[in-house]
Design a protein around this ligand. Structure first.
Ligand code: ASP
Length: 328
């Protein structure tokens, strides 16, 4: 990436372990932690009724392990949850194995319209972009909307103009027609790919953040926006409860305000993360016919994945460095 094209959010997440982490920052630059905690990260690569054994399991596993190793390093060095979420999603957006960024699925007229969002659990600030066709990393644009505008959600041309103005890297729409693949990937038919990507992180200061990025689903109508860029549906983070990223049939996740509902159950009903998420995903959504799942981490560093589809690719790492990658 050319230096001139590095926008503020990217630059900020690259350097911010030095700016923001209390114990890693040069004197005078630190934003001190309110409290010290263990850290934890959970990342997903989509949910669906795939028979994952037929897929290139090793390639997906390697991709997830790589992300988790990088997150562990970053968080251990005092990186923020927000930067960890951003970094995880940028990596997965750049990997054509996933239905986000580069590898995004096409809509019913063969075009790629991408959605992404990010949320900061420390202050409930959030940013999102939807139906964008020329932004290389929609998660960076979402972060820029959060940090450099007074808005939460920008769509289509307006989002692209905003991103370009804020030095987010733009590409031609053909960038998303992934023809050249990594050696280990057979040119995938859309339906063979794992999907949407997302991350939820607790950092060493006890702060939570979550983000989600997607190409949506196969054959969606032009202009359709899913749950991924909708705060409260596909993404939510609140230091008082949990950080959550969803994947699945977005219309249901919007209607059931899934990500926010989980945090609300925790706050108002005293449910644990697992109780709240399972009640919603494995009971309510099943009854409604909405397939998919969530990954989440709570304010005490407990990670959880809940899904009602056959498979959901997800990985965790905790402060001890132990990485797990699961397909089901
Ligand atoms: N939730 C995404 C959407 O509906 C798709 C997915 O997660 O696979 O756009």
């Amino acid at each position: 990436m050319k230096k001139a094209r590095i926008g503020f959010p990217l630059l900020s997440f690259l350097i911010s372990p030095y700016l923001m982490a209390a114990d890693a920052a040069p004197a005078g630059k630190a934003v001190p932690c309110q409290k010290q905690s263990g850290f934890a990260a959970i990342v997903h690569g989509g949910a669906g009724d795939w028979d994952f054994k037929k897929k290139n399991e090793a390639a997906y596993r390697a991709a997830m392990e790589d992300v988790m190793r990088r997150l562990h390093k970053k968080l251990q060095a005092g990186g923020t949850a927000l930067d960890a979420v951003t970094e995880a999603i940028v990596i997965l957006e750049d990997d054509p194995l996933f239905n986000a960024g580069r590898g995004s699925i096409a809509n019913s007229v063969g075009k790629h319209e991408l959605d992404a969002s990010i949320m900061d659990g420390t202050n409930l600030k959030a940013g999102a972009v939807a139906a964008v066709t020329r932004i290389k990393n929609p998660i960076l644009a979402a972060r820029s909307v959060m940090e450099q505008s007074e808005h939460v959600l920008l769509v289509a041309g307006g989002a692209e103009d905003f991103a370009a103005k804020h030095e987010i890297r733009m590409v031609k729409p053909e960038y998303f027609d992934v023809k050249e693949k990594k050696a280990f990937v057979k040119p995938p038919k859309n339906e063979e790919k794992f999907g949407t990507v997302g991350a939820a992180v607790l950092d060493r200061c006890g702060n939570l953040a979550a983000g989600t990025s997607t190409g949506g689903y196969d054959g969606k109508l032009p202009g359709r926006v899913g749950d991924s860029p909708i705060i409260g549906a596909g993404t939510y983070a609140d230091n008082r409860s949990a950080a959550i990223s969803a994947t699945g049939h977005g219309e249901y996740f919007i209607r059931y305000a899934v990500a926010h509902d989980i945090t609300a159950r925790m706050r108002y009903q005293g449910q644990t993360l697992a109780q709240a998420a399972d009640a919603l995903i494995k009971d309510e959504l099943v009854k409604a016919g909405g397939s998919g799942g969530i990954i989440a981490v709570d304010k005490d560093g407990r990670t959880h994945a809940a899904y009602n589809s056959k498979a959901m690719l997800h990985a965790t790492v905790h402060a001890d460095g132990k990485i797990t990658v699961k397909f089901q």
